[in-house]
Unconditional design. Structure first.
Length: 137
């Protein structure tokens, strides 16, 4: 299985996939066990109640966690989520969402991460904790 170069500073080489494109999810600052992801909230991100759908928040943080996890791996390895927990703090309905994640601990086969999703003005929207496993070589 080919794995993309995950060290590009703009996040583009981390991997393009249709959901990322559909959500217009942008990755940045991938490296040293950290990653940032952003979404400008639009109509496609909202649920019937007019707030960002929880699945959008999950995709945002899971993708950023993947980038952060990949940044600490050796060539030929890749990471995949095993468990991601998301705690919703407050709804968001407009503006930009930014998530910042970091690796808390990297073991031989397991990587523990945490992250925060913030809306405009740095208002906390959600917190996340994740466990990824390493595969490959």
């Amino acid at each position: 299985m080919d794995t993309p170069d995950h060290t590009a500073p703009d996040g583009a080489a981390y991997g393009e996939f249709p959901l990322r494109s559909f959500l217009d999810l942008r990755l940045a600052d991938i490296g040293d066990g950290r990653a940032t992801a952003r979404i400008d909230i639009g109509a496609a991100h909202l649920n019937p109640n007019g707030v960002v759908h929880g699945a959008v928040l999950f995709a945002l943080v899971d993708t950023a966690m993947g980038g952060a996890a990949m940044s600490v791996l050796d060539e030929g390895q890749y990471a995949t989520s095993v468990d991601v927990q998301l705690r919703f703090v407050r709804p968001a309905s407009e503006g930009e969402l930014v998530t910042r994640v970091e690796v808390l601990k990297q073991g031989r086969n397991v990587i523990h991460l945490e992250g925060r999703i913030e809306g405009d003005g740095g208002r906390l929207v959600a917190t996340a904790a994740g466990t990824f496993t390493t595969l490959g070589v």
